[in-house]
Design a protein around this ligand. Structure first.
Ligand code: PLP
Length: 446
C-alpha cells in the first residue's frame, strides 16, 4: 500500500512538472528576421524535466542511480569500458591529466618538469592542468582550414622529457588521430583527447570508424549547456583502461584508495584487512588516501537530465551535421573572402560550430562580427585564439619559463586575429540558417 501510494504521489508530481514544461517551455515561436540566433543552447523536452523531478524526489542528492545508469549507457554509446561522471569538462580534463601523474603508474607517470605537447589555439582548460601540476606545455602550431594540431611539428616538439600529448578536437573536427596516435605509440606517450567539443565525431582508423575520445588513452566530455548534450554543469572522463579509470575516480573522490559507490561499504571485501603505507594494519579502506585528490562528483539531478539527453544524442548529432552542411553550401560563394572550414581527412565530424577566417585584403573580422551581432546572430571567437598572449601567461612570458614553443605559431596568431564562428546547434531552423547566410553576404559586401 505504502509503495503504491508513493508511486502515485511521485507520478502526480512528475505530471505537474510536465504540465509546467508545456506551459512555460514548449511554446515554439516561428523565427522572424532580427530575432536572436544564439550560437548554442540547451534543447530539451518534458523527459528532462520528469527525470529531474524523479531524481529530486529521491532526495539522494549526490551521485546515485541515475549517475550509475548514465555512466553505463554513455560508455556503451561510445564503445569504451568505463565512463566516470564529473562536474564539468574542465574537471574532466583535470582528472584525465592528474590520473597520469599517479605514482601507481611507475616510470610512465608524469612528473613536474615533464613535457606535454599541445596547442595554444583552443580552450584554456585543456592546458591549465598541465601548468597547475608544474609540467611544461609545449606548444605547436595548427593548420587551416581544419584548425587542428599541425602533426608535421610533432617530431620537433619531442624531447627526453615528453610524456604526453593533450589536445582537443577543434569545434568537433577531429585532429589527425592516425598521425598523433602513431606518434604516441612510437614514443610511449600518453594521449589525452579533449573531446569536449566533439561528442559524436567519428574517425576512420585501421579500417574501423570509432568515436573521437576513444582512440587515445583517455577522452573527456563537457555537458555545459552549449555542448552537444547538457546536464547544466557536467563532464565525463572515459577510457577502456581499468587502471586509469580507478585513478581518475580516486582523484575525483577525495584521493581515496577505496572505490565503493556513494552509500556503499566494503565493495572490495577487504575493508579492514589490508596494509597501507605506515597506517595500522586493517585501517578502514574507506579512509585510505593514495592521492591528493579533489571532490568533483556530480549530483544525481544532473545525471538524470543527462540520461534524457543521451536518448536524443543521435538526433542532435545529425542536426549539427545537417546545419553545418547548409551553412557550408550557402556560404560557398564567399570562398574568395572567407576561409571555409573543412573536415579532417578520414573523419565524420559532429560539429560544435561553423568556423570562418577572413582572408584579409580589406575584409575585417571586427566589421563582420559587429554586423552579425547587430542582426541578432551570436558569434564566438575560437576561445583563447592564442592562449600564450593572455594575461594568465604574463609572468611566464616575461620570465620565459614554464612553457616551450616549437617553431612559430603563425596560424595560431591568424586565428586569434581573423577567425570567428557561428552556431549549428540543433535548436536552429532552416530559416535561421538561411538568414545567417544572407547576413554574412551583406556583411562582406558592405
Ligand atoms: C575544448 C574544451 N575543453 C574543455 C572545456 C571546458 O568545459 P566546461 O565548460 O564544462 O568546464 C571547453 C568548454 O567549452 C572546451 O571547449
Amino acid at each position: 500500500m505504502g509503495d503504491i501510494q508513493e508511486n502515485e504521489l511521485r507520478e502526480q508530481a512528475i505530471q505537474a512538472a510536465v504540465r509546467y514544461y508545456e506551459f512555460r517551455h514548449r511554446d515554439f515561436k516561428p523565427f522572424a528576421a532580427g530575432d536572436r540566433i544564439p550560437y548554442a543552447g540547451r534543447v530539451f523536452d518534458e523527459k528532462e524535466i520528469s527525470n529531474l523531478i524523479d531524481a529530486s524526489l529521491d532526495f539522494w542528492l549526490t551521485t546515485g542511480r541515475y549517475a550509475e545508469r548514465f555512466e553505463q549507457e554513455f560508455a556503451g554509446f561510445l564503445g569504451v569500458q568505463h565512463c566516470s561522471l564529473t562536474n564539468s569538462g574542465s574537471s574532466a580534463n583535470l582528472l584525465a591529466f592528474m590520473a597520469l601523474t599517479s605514482p601507481k603508474l611507475g616510470e610512465r607517470r608524469i612528473l613536474p618538469g615533464d613535457e606535454v605537447i599541445t596547442v595554444a589555439a583552443g580552450f584554456p582548460t585543456t592546458v591549465a592542468p598541465i601548468i597547475q601540476f608544474g609540467a611544461v606545455p609545449v606548444f605547436v602550431d595548427v593548420t587551416l582550414p581544419t584548425y587542428n594540431i599541425d602533426v608535421t611539428r610533432l617530431v620537433a616538439a619531442l624531447s627526453n622529457r615528453t610524456k604526453a600529448v593533450m589536445v582537443a578536437h577543434t569545434l568537433g573536427n577531429p585532429f589527425d588521430l592516425a598521425a598523433v596516435s602513431a606518434f604516441c605509440d612510437k614514443h610511449d606517450l600518453w594521449l589525452i583527447e579533449d573531446n569536449c567539443d566533439a561528442l559524436g565525431s567519428r574517425y576512420l582508423l585501421d579500417g574501423r570508424w570509432r568515436y573521437t575520445g576513444t582512440i587515445g588513452h583517455i577522452g573527456t566530455s563537457s555537458f555545459y549547456p552549449p555542448h552537444h548534450m547538457t546536464m547544466g554543469e557536467g563532464g565525463a572522463v572515459y577510457t577502456s583502461d581499468t587502471t586509469l579509470k580507478r585513478l581518475v575516480e580516486s582523484f575525483r573522490d577525495w584521493g581515496r584508495d577505496c572505490w565503493c559507490p556513494s552509500g556503499h561499504d566494503n565493495t572490495c571485501g577487504n575493508r579492514f584487512t589490508q596494509q597501507f603505507g605506515e597506517l595500522p594494519h586493517g585501517y578502514d579502506h574507506k579512509y585510505v588516501y593514495s592521492h591528493f585528490g579533489y571532490n568533483l562528483k556530480v549530483t544525481d539531478m544532473q545525471a538524470a537530465i543527462g540520461c534524457a539527453q543521451l536518448e536524443k544524442l543521435p538526433s542532435f548529432i545529425e542536426s549539427r551535421k545537417k546545419n553545418w552542411k547548409q551553412l557550408r553550401e550557402g556560404l560557398s560563394a564567399l570562398e574568395d573572402r572567407l576561409i571555409l572550414p573543412e573536415a579532417t581527412e578520414n573523419s565524420d565530424p559532429s560539429w560544435f560550430g561553423f568556423l570562418l577566417t577572413v582572408r584579409g585584403g580589406g575584409v575585417n573580422r571586427h566589421r563582420i562580427v559587429r554586423h552579425l551581432e547587430g542582426k541578432g546572430i551570436q558569434t564566438r571567437m575560437l576561445f583563447a585564439g592564442n592562449l600564450i598572449k593572455h594575461p594568465c601567461f604574463d609572468e611566464m612570458r616575461k620570465n620565459g619559463v614554464g612553457y616551450r614553443v616549437v617553431g612559430d605559431l603563425s596560424i595560431t596568431d591568424t586565428i586569434m586575429r581573423d577567425t570567428f564562428w557561428v552556431g549549428v546547434y540543433p535548436g536552429m531552423t532552416e530559416q535561421m540558417l538561411e538568414y545567417m547566410v544572407v547576413q554574412m553576404r551583406k556583411a562582406l559586401s558592405c
